[in-house]
Design a protein around this ligand. Structure first.
Ligand code: AMP
Length: 554
């Protein structure tokens, strides 16, 4: 087995990695480190997060530094502030026994003056930067790249997704041609290929795992339910896995907040992470999650990026992303370090195609989950408690002084009584919740084979003629709640006395529904959801005699 010594790292770095507990190089390190140390060729590495990328580029960058030269010699570009900070911190850990190394993270959204001071006074052998902020600092004359010999682009696909393409071009134009470039990306869109071609010299392509492959230790499970059962499904799944430590991914900020609020209200150890929170709030949520003070993080993809947390037991896709790559990213956050992770997708029947697309691209098959019944959940919870009781370490010395008081207080209770009370104490909340709840099961696709124009989803909005709603009002309601999306397609609109059914562009339907739920009409909160079977058949009966016009948003 290859060791870090074989890879040619020096004593100071070897000592630091040993202290970090790295025994053997991970595959990406084994593949990339010799190339960077050799310095002959550029490298494009297709690797997911969590594969050990930071050490793969961080160690050789440190190894190659000339510490006598105070100028910047290496540049690491990364898409987000969080990732910049994480990379810089990891590199400082690697450089723990290498004296006099300056590693400076610079990123947008933070005070530029502090960063300018840092660069001007301390200097920076290595700058870890988001592209926009780096350019800004270059323009202001605080960054000098003449001595840069190594450029690393981490999560290059994410940087492009975030619109940094021109900034990256400008930065790469500004560094000396005589340099080594290393590009990491989870996927290989055309634009990455273009950058590789234009700015890299005959790059060696290294693929860690298969392209777009999800981590092999991840089980993928789908629960197909009607839209109005999604939250209950989430609750049941969370209750069924009492030791869950995971991320629930939602699509919009509003949905993220709503689900987190609901979980918190219902007694779960959860919190929300999305872009509407201030940086201070985001930092606080992330650090509490890292410390496991929060067990369930409800997050958007963008906000969760750069949150480097190992050992997640579950990823829950409360809403599936549009792109398979995003799903791969999400699920790649679990099942690390040889452990099995579970990636769950809670989908509506209309999303069946997305599941098939993901299966096609990743080559993985989703298991079809059955929603746990109330009984199953309660017995699983109790089992988990028994397990914890059996396994807990008892520190005899520490508790010795406390026990006499406890014994004398509980002496009158027999063992059975004590156990019953303990179980009730722990489970009354869950038992009483599930006592009257009807169990429900996954929905089969065929129930929804109701005539509907292709590409549309039929949604239910709980306002109708009684509320004075006409087609124009419905369209403006949708317009108002979807201001960010100028091109939403609205098809058929059927208005009934108390509600209406509207065909909307399928790809935005989830978001429209969740946005509508935040709206008010005549002072009343709007109810919205996907049309139920009953409503759907009512809608299609109506179609025959009422000849509604087709409305389309301009
Ligand atoms: P990264 O992809 O750089 O975010 O790394 C993922 C995780 O793997 C981090 O927590 C690293 O500390 C850890 N790690 C990196 N290299 C090794 C290694 N050779 N052995 C054990 N753990 C590692």
């Amino acid at each position: 087995m290859t060791t870090f010594i074989d890879l040619g790292l020096s004593e100071k770095l070897l000592k630091a990695i040993e202290e970090l507990g790295f025994e053997y190089p991970m595959p990406v390190q084994e593949a990339v480190i010799p190339y960077l140390l050799g310095g002959e060729r550029d490298v494009v590495a297709l690797a997911q997060t969590g594969t050990g990328k930071t050490a793969a580029f961080g160690l050789p960058l440190l190894e190659k530094l000339d510490l006598q030269n105070r100028n910047t010699q290496a540049l690491v570009l990364s898409p987000t502030r969080e990732l910049c900070v994480q990379i810089a911190e990891d590199m400082m850990d690697f450089a723990k026994h290498t004296e006099g190394v300056n590693i400076v993270p610079v990123y947008g959204g933070a005070n530029i003056r502090t960063q300018m001071n840092h660069l001007a006074h301390g200097g920076a052998h290595i700058i870890v930067a988001t592209p926009g902020r780096l350019l800004d600092l270059m323009d202001r004359g605080y960054v000098h790249l003449e001595d840069v010999r190594n450029v690393v682009m981490d999560e290059a696909d994410e940087m492009l997704n975030m619109g940094f393409q021109e900034d990256i071009d400008a930065i790469l134009e500004a560094v000396p041609e005589d340099r080594n470039t290393l590009l990491f990306s989870a996927t290989m869109p055309d634009e990455i290929a273009r950058i590789a071609k234009k700015y890299m010299r005959n790059p060696q392509e290294i693929v860690i795992g298969n392209r777009n492959e999800s981590t092999s230790t991840v089980r993928h499970i789908q629960y197909t339910v009607q839209s109005h059962d999604k939250y209950q499904t989430l609750r049941r799944i969370v209750d069924f896995y009492p030791r869950m430590y995971g991320i629930v991914f939602c699509r919009t900020k509003a949905e993220t907040q709503e689900i987190a609020d609901r979980l918190i209200r219902e007694g779960y150890n959860a919190d929300a992470l999305h872009g509407d929170l201030s940086q201070i709030q985001r930092d606080s949520v992330m650090s509490r999650f890292r410390l496991r003070n929060i067990k369930l993080l409800v997050a958007t993809d963008v906000a969760a990026r750069g949150l480097d947390v190992d050992d997640l037991t579950h990823i829950i896709n409360y809403t599936l992303p549009d792109e398979t790559e995003v799903y791969t990213h999400r699920s790649g956050r679990t099942g690390r370090a040889g452990k099995t992770g579970i990636s769950i997708a809670i989908v509506t029947p209309r999303e069946a195609k997305k599941i098939r697309d993901i299966e096609k691209v990743t080559g993985k098959t989703f298991e079809v989950g059955t929603i746990p019944t109330g009984r199953e959940i309660c017995s699983k919870q109790i089992f988990s408690l028994m397990d914890r009781i059996e396994k807990v370490d008892v520190d005899e010395d520490e508790i010795a002084s406390l026990l006499p008081g406890v014994f004398s207080r509980l002496e009158w209770m027999d063992k059975e009584e004590l156990i019953k009370k303990m179980v009730s104490l722990e489970f009354n909340r869950i038992i009483s919740y599930y006592k009257d709840k009807e169990d429900f099961q996954v929905t089969r696709q065929k129930h929804f084979d109701v005539p509907l124009a292709a590409g549309y989803a039929k949604i239910f909005i709980g306002v109708g003629k009684m509320d004075g709603m006409g087609p124009k009002h419905i369209l403006s309601l949708i317009n108002n709640c979807m201001r960010e999306h100028p091109k939403i397609d609205v098809g058929r609109v059927d208005i009934f006395t108390r509600y209406c059914l509207v065909d909307v562009d399928q790809s935005c339907a989830d978001e429209i529904v969740s946005q509508l739920q935040t709206m008010h009409v005549r002072g009343r909160a709007v109810k919205a959801g996907f049309a139920t079977e009953e409503q759907l058949s009512r809608g299609s009966e109506k179609k025959k005699d009422s000849k509604p016009k087709k409305y389309r948003r301009k």
